[in-house]
Design a protein around this ligand. Structure first.
Ligand code: ANZ
Ligand code: ZN
Length: 661
């Protein structure tokens, strides 16, 4: 017997024994209760980081606990293998994304195995293989035929130098990350999922999930259901030039606060609104402003922090309640894609309008009062937008009403004037899944001049992505490969062109939870018997950064698969645990006028006070001081990662696992 614990001898011996006895390999077994424990599968970026160790150890602890309690436990592992980092690596190192990805998988699989998790490795798959994505393509063609997927123009970021579409994160200060060229907006045809048709279901079904309340709230806010009214302001007689149809008659806005209508002091429209275009005809200054607005970011996060800017149009509309003339402005904070692309601005009670009105010297008219509190028209106070314990003021016949009564009465009045009606609105947009990238699942559509967009017939699937391609960062490689895109139309047999866009990689992670149930099934996404047994993941574990998009898309896909009769459940993950961030100290130097330089904690010697708090730090290499930054999320960008492999090598996997718990 060794005096000291020797992890490098003990752990592999135990792991080999488990593997030989196949103790973590499971099959459907109705004699035992089942437990499906799923951890978010990794992107094969190169090597494991501490976030992975934490995520998978939590899953493993639960799995083993259930195993020891007599459950038939499924704990699978696989690879979310498509995505941009492989293309970036290809550009940097001139190696094919496929090769890079498969090598990373091989390395990380060994790392995961050395951690000794109770994983059924016989179920492993990578989403970049045709055996996986062929079912996604088949599903795509079915949904396209059903109309759940449709094609329309969407706006993308276009890099005029690299001749390529950029993802939002590749646009830095309005310029392409590689070329530095000013990014342009372009309209190109793309495929969209009608996720908006499922907004209500996605919202309601949250109720029955054992998920953290915080995550449910994030999903609710993302779906963003609001009850309000469409209100129509008549276009003033002197303001109709250049407008036609309904637009010449009235300007329609969407509001959640019809109770504040008497406080509207101007109306604002998005740069894309026809009224803006009409007013700009004879106004070059306004035209220039509209162009500027359209070039800007459309990301909602950017909109929220952006400086509010606007210009008057010189056009007027009439308030349907009191006949007041209100000037129409073009404002960059009004989104064309939401509601009617126009707002009735109530600066006294809406913070965005308040900021805008103060900036441009527009009137502020109070119509809501709270217990005789005085109103300061320069500084925003919480209660200005409040719906609770408030009464209408300065609103004529509606004075004294509380929020709900005012909402209903003004609503009824507008309806009787044919100037508005109730409207429920969702913030959620349809899901655009086309990506002008190489390393993704090919969209299985053929474009024929006579027949239009034709889905690839089932017997011709999968459309295989060629794996020996090394992208160079300019344009989409598939669009430059006639051997890929030249084909014939499945309907008429004439020469036709294959779609060269690939799918958003959120597609693959939207149904992998079911694929694990029968990973080798060769007749569809999931074997019905396996799904009937495993149902859904009992426990899902992963990072909070996926609280919105991934979880929403996986829930949406499950509903679509349920409708198609592929699965018998409507939700993929019954219980959710978000594991939190792994943190670590940061150290840096900031050379004059230079970029911050971050030092890994392993390269730094730290002095602490009697309470163990760091007070000074020096870089071991040169003995000179470094600045102590905060404790932050472990990440490459702050160079504060600790490599789990070093801990495993020195102290063993059990130590690493226990420490992370
Ligand atoms: C007047 C008003 C007064 C508003 C007030 C709010 C407070 P949610 O709840 O998120 O749906 N709005 C409408 N369309 C818009 C657009 N295309 N771009 C930017 N803002 C828009 O938000 C609805 C509110 O957002 C609407 O109610 C409208 O401003 C604004 F004290 O109308 B409100
Ligand atoms: Zn054809």
């Amino acid at each position: 017997m060794q005096e000291h614990y020797q992890p490098s001898a003990v752990e592999p011996a135990a792991q080999t024994k488990w593997a030989e006895a196949r103790i973590f390999n499971v099959a459907e077994d109705t004699s035992k209760p089942k437990y499906y424990c799923l951890s978010m599968f990794p992107y094969p970026s190169g090597k494991l980081h501490m976030g992975h160790v934490r995520n998978y150890t939590i899953g493993d602890v639960r799995s083993r606990f259930k195993l020891l309690n007599g459950f038939n436990v499924l704990q699978p592992m696989g690879w979310d293998a498509f995505g941009m980092p492989a293309e970036n690596a290809a550009i940097d190192r001139k190696v094919a994304p496929a090769k890079w990805t498969y090598e990373n998988i091989a390395y990380m699989r060994n790392q995961l195995k050395s951690l000794g998790f109770a994983i059924d490795w016989e179920r492993e798959f990578a989403t970049c293989t045709p055996e996986y994505y062929r079912w996604e393509q088949l599903f795509f063609t079915k949904l396209f035929q059903k109309g759940v997927i449709y094609r329309k123009n969407g706006t993308v970021n276009w890099d005029p130098v690299d001749q390529t579409v950029l993802a939002n994160e590749q646009v830095i200060d309005g310029r392409g990350w590689r070329s530095g060229a000013l990014v342009e907006k372009r309209e190109i045809p793309m495929y969209y999922f009608k996720i908006t048709d499922y907004a209500e279901q996605l919202l309601n079904d949250l109720e029955d999930l054992d998920w953290p309340e915080q995550v449910k709230t994030m999903q609710r806010n993302w779906i963003g259901k609001s009850r309000g009214m469409q209100v129509r302001f008549a276009v003033a007689e002197d303001s109709k030039a250049g407008l036609s149809g309904d637009y010449a008659e009235f300007l329609q806005v969407y509001t959640t606060r019809p109770d504040t209508l008497m406080g509207a002091t101007y109306v604002a429209v998005a740069a894309e609104h026809p009224l803006a275009a009409a007013a700009a005809e004879a106004n070059p200054g306004l035209q220039a402003f509209i162009t500027e607005c359209k070039a800007g970011s459309v990301a909602e996060a950017d909109m929220a922090v952006m400086e509010k800017k606007g210009m008057p149009t010189g056009r007027y509309v009439v308030n349907p309640l009191n006949g007041e003339r209100l000037e129409v402005w073009v404002a960059n904070y009004v989104l064309w894609g939401y509601g009617d692309g126009a707002v009735m601005a109530v600066p006294a009670h809406d913070e965005r309008d308040f900021e805008f009105a103060n900036k441009y010297g527009l009137p502020v008219k109070q119509v809501i009062g709270q217990d005789g509190q005085s109103f300061d028209p320069r500084e925003w106070q919480e209660w200005y937008g409040s719906k609770e314990n408030t009464r209408l003021v300065n609103s004529g016949e509606f004075d004294g009403l509380d929020f709900q009564t005012a909402f209903d009465k003004i609503g009824a009045k507008l309806q009787s004037l044919n100037a508005g009606e109730p409207k429920t609105q969702y913030r959620l947009r349809d899901w655009g899944v086309s990506r002008q990238r190489y390393w993704g699942c090919p969209i299985p559509i053929i474009h024929c001049e006579s027949c239009g967009d034709v889905p690839v017939p089932e017997q011709d699937l999968p459309v295989v992505l060629p794996e020996n391609v090394v992208p160079d960062g300019s344009g989409s490689p598939l669009a430059k490969m006639p051997e890929f895109y030249q084909t014939v139309c499945p309907c008429c047999g004439k020469p036709a062109k294959r779609e060269t866009d690939t799918m958003d990689t959120f597609m693959e992670s939207s149904w992998y939870q079911f694929r694990y149930m029968s990973p080798k099934f060769s007749d569809g996404m999931v074997a019905p018997a396996a799904q009937a047994y495993w149902q859904q993941a009992d426990q899902y574990i992963g990072g909070i950064e996926h609280a919105i998009l991934h979880l929403l898309y996986a829930r949406f896909f499950t509903k679509l698969m349920h409708e198609e009769g592929i699965v018998g459940v409507k939700e993929p993950f019954q219980s959710l645990l978000t594991q939190g961030m792994v943190l670590q100290a940061t150290y840096y130097r900031e050379p004059d006028g230079g970029k911050k330089q971050w030092f890994n904690p392993a390269e730094v010697d730290v002095q602490t006070d009697e309470k163990g708090r760091p007070v000074a730090a020096v870089l071991r290499a040169d003995g000179l001081p470094v600045t102590i930054g905060g404790v932050e999320k472990m990440s490459k960008s702050k160079n504060n990662g600790v490599d789990p492999q070093q801990i495993i090598d020195a102290y063993g996997a059990d130590t690493a696992r226990l420490f992370m718990m």
